[in-house]
Ligand binder design. Structure first.
Ligand code: PDD
Length: 283
């Protein structure tokens, strides 16, 4: 049985509840984070909590406690659950109140933290690479906020699944690749690692940042600029997220990317990221 943290209490998952008038339930009026934990050591806890603070600030929800206290609660939630490698989910909503678009002042935010087994890509997915489709972006214009309003992402994943793919890549009106439903996207173009710059159309992924850091350290040039899938010299694409690290994407809309197999740059960068995670686990 797993244990969840809800508003000051650790409870068995079955009895962990929030109010039916919680604004997260009624308006998706909240934000979240997913942090990976390796044997009790959290990967980039600081940046995740800072991003949560920024998401809360962007929609005017006061942080339910200090970031130091939040880090303790996240650690404690991991400790009370049986998963060595875990993904810890943190959700903050504006709180519970009779349904009205404008919330009353001084509402107490809802804080929920859960821990689950860290999903990892299967060996066959790593060997063959993932498949993606492309969709015209129909999300809202504040994708930099890690909002719990994920309906467009759910619809994108449903369409990807219907077409036997793993992820949908959002394209802007000119065909630039923005990001995936729950991932950031990189391409290798003429040996350079390329990804869309940070703006309101993409989430500033913590894994995106890690990949850029790892690439710089390995002497690989990185460009943050708009790019398209049909650019000459494009040989690889990969996605990044907390639960995937860097994962090769080898088919796009049923057509092979490059040779249709995981390319050398993706394999090298993924290897370096996995090494860093293994070192964290052993620390
Ligand atoms: N998703 N872009 C979007 C739209 C995302 O939802 C996510 C994360 C990312 C990658 O961010 P990070 O590297 O910080 O995990 C990019 C999480 C994992 C989720 O919704 O489960």
């Amino acid at each position: 049985m797993t244990t969840a943290y809800v508003n000051g209490h650790f409870l068995p998952m079955e009895s962990a509840m929030v109010h039916i008038e919680d604004r997260g339930f009624q308006f998706a009026d909240g934000v979240y984070e997913v942090v990976a934990c390796f044997n009790g050591h959290f990967l980039d806890m600081g940046p995740h909590l800072e991003r949560l603070e920024q998401s809360c600030a962007a929609i005017n929800i006061p942080l339910p406690c200090t970031l130091e206290r939040l880090a303790e609660l996240v650690q404690e939630t991991w400790r009370r659950n049986p998963f060595q490698d875990a993904m810890v989910y943190i959700q903050v909503t504006r709180g519970a109140a009779p349904r009205a678009h404008l919330a009353p002042d001084n509402l107490v935010p809802t804080l929920v933290i859960t821990s689950a087994d860290l999903p990892k890509p299967s060996e066959s997915k790593l060997a063959k690479g993932a498949k993606a489709i492309t969709l015209a972006d129909f999300r809202w214009k504040h994708c930099e906020i890690k909002s719990i309003a994920l309906l467009a992402s759910v619809m994108g994943k449903q369409e990807a699944n219907r077409r036997q793919a793993d992820e949908a890549f959002w394209l802007d009106g000119e065909g630039h690749v923005l990001e995936g439903c729950s991932t950031n996207i990189f391409a290798v173009i003429n040996g350079t690692l390329v990804t869309h710059p940070l703006d309101h159309q993409v989430l500033g992924g913590i894994t995106r940042k890690m990949l850029i850091r790892v690439a710089h350290d390995a002497g690989i040039e990185v460009q943050e600029r708009p790019w398209k899938l049909d650019e000459p010299g494009l040989t690889e694409t990969m996605l990044t997220s907390t639960t995937n690290a860097a994962l090769p994407v080898c088919f796009m809309d049923d057509k092979p990317v490059g040779n249709g197999v995981p390319g050398p740059m993706t394999r090298k960068l993924r290897g370096l990221m996995i090494d860093a995670m293994d070192a964290l686990r052993a620390s």
